[in-house]
Design a protein around this ligand. Structure first.
Ligand code: HEM
Length: 411
């Protein structure tokens, strides 16, 4: 049966209930009734198995170009930058770029960043500890990822600038993108000049950073062009900042709402890796991932013709009752049997920065839980909208500052 003829429940993506707990209540209720729902943006795939199947199906791709064209953008620096980006590529071209990026951006490189992440956290903590209260997004969640990306690129002094560019580059996927067109274009031009300058420097004087690795890495006679390095570095700057910021902020919100879990983590920081996994499962900050059908697909008796827009839902896939026991409970000690979360996507476009994001979250939880005791809300949190990146706009908290573990960093 054609998808358009199927009798499907409806989801209004701009329903004000779609934030906070209401967001999951609405989605989980729909998911219990149907693996597929209709929305004003296209079809939402709520089932875990069909969602994962579609994400790895090569007959679908991420509609980066179409999203721009819908907003009337068909040429220029933003169009070029976006259409050459990793997410916009598919097939052989995408596989080649991913191979070269993965060889340069290794888990080892991320491991080397961990001591620096701890130093950054100690610096941020020093500023907030005496007051015993802070607004988590501006004080912790926002600065840490741009510090990490700046460190990764070997430009530690430029973190603040990278954060600004990241916001402007990401705005390309906003629904009101045309209003910000001049700002986005300026960011693309500036990042391009900035990266090309760094590429020239790293060519003469290679370091241990990701840019040096991208410049110098060669595989079977293949290497990245300067243009490709600019595009990939822009993807890392854009994709690596407000994502991790939002995930960390949502994580701390969950802990402020679950004081027993935070206390337990503070007493046993070795739980941080599992706690990070539970945060990623419970509140994936890319709840919907868009796909465009390029070749007709049939799934569970439903036919999706060419041109169909689908959104695969990580929020419901991560709460699939067949995969997880008591999926609606946030529990950092639960045995989730190693089931993969869909938070970083699945298939060819699986997040290129997942190990960095995990390292940042794990280091933050390990550092903060023993120090930021008695964490609790200090006013109403302000949620962003869950389309695109599900941000936290503000998260005021209070806590009892503590020295942390004896012999470790002190504030
Ligand atoms: C908690 C933080 C993060 C989350 C939840 C996240 C989520 C995702 C998701 C869902 C995708 C796939 C989208 C799709 O298939 O449509 C993706 C792709 C990507 N992410 Fe992340 N991400 C995070 C952090 C990062 C970081 C830190 C970096 C860079 C250092 C990064 C770089 C990328 C890139 C380059 C892609 C495109 C991969 C490709 O097309 O092959 N992300 N991310």
């Amino acid at each position: 049966m054609l998808a358009e003829d199927a009798d499907l429940p409806l989801l209004a993506h701009d329903d004000p209930a779609l934030a906070g707990d209401g967001f999951h209540e609405v989605l989980d209720d729909l998911a219990s009734r149907s693996w597929l729902v209709r929305s004003d943006l296209g079809y939402m795939v709520l089932g875990r198995e069909p969602g994962m199947a579609l994400l790895k199906d090569r007959r679908l791709s991420f509609p980066a170009v179409e999203l721009l064209e819908l907003q009337g953008l068909t040429e220029g620096v933003v169009y070029d930058g976006t259409t050459k980006g990793l997410m916009a590529q598919s097939g052989q071209a995408h596989a080649r770029l991913r191979r070269l990026v993965s060889a340069a951006f290794t888990p080892r490189q991320v491991e080397q960043l961990r001591p620096r992440l701890r130093e950054y956290l100690a610096g941020l903590w020093q500023d907030i500890a005496p007051a015993g209260r802070c607004e988590v997004v501006t004080a912790l969640a926002r600065p840490l990822p741009s510090m990490a990306i700046a460190e990764l690129l070997g430009v530690p002094g430029d973190a603040a600038q990278l954060a600004i560019w990241s916001g402007s580059l990401q705005a390309v996927f906003d629904m009101d993108m045309t209003a910000k067109r001049a700002e986005i274009e300026a960011a693309h031009e500036e990042v391009r000049d900035y990266v090309l300058d760094l590429v020239r420097q790293r060519r003469q004087q290679p370091g241990e950073d990701l840019l040096s690795a991208l410049v110098h890495h060669e595989q079977d006679g293949d290497r990245l062009s300067d243009d490709e390095i600019v595009t990939l570095t822009s993807s890392v700057i854009a994709g690596g900042t407000d994502t991790t910021e939002s995930q960390l902020a949502h994580g701390l919100r969950l802990f402020a709402d679950h004081p027993g879990q935070w206390r337990q983590l503070g007493d046993e920081p070795a739980l941080a890796e599992q706690a990070c996994q539970e945060v990623l499962r419970f509140e994936p900050i890319v709840p919907f991932t868009a796909r465009l059908v390029r070749e007709e697909v049939e799934l569970a008796g439903i036919v999706f013709p060419v041109g169909t827009v689908l959104f695969v839902c990580a929020a419901t896939a991560n709460r699939d009752p067949l995969t997880y026991t008591d999926p609606g409970r946030f529990d950092i000690t639960a045995d989730r049997a190693g089931a993969q979360v869909v938070t970083f996507g699945f298939g060819a476009h699986f997040c290129a920065g997942s190990h960095l994001a995990r390292a940042e979250i794990i280091e933050a939880l390990t550092f903060l839980a023993p120090r930021m005791r008695d964490l609790e809300p200090d006013g109403e949190p302000v949620f962003g909208t869950p389309t695109g990146i599900y941000t936290m706009r503000s998260l005021p908290v209070r806590f009892s500052p503590h020295e942390g573990q004896p012999g470790r960093l002190r504030y």
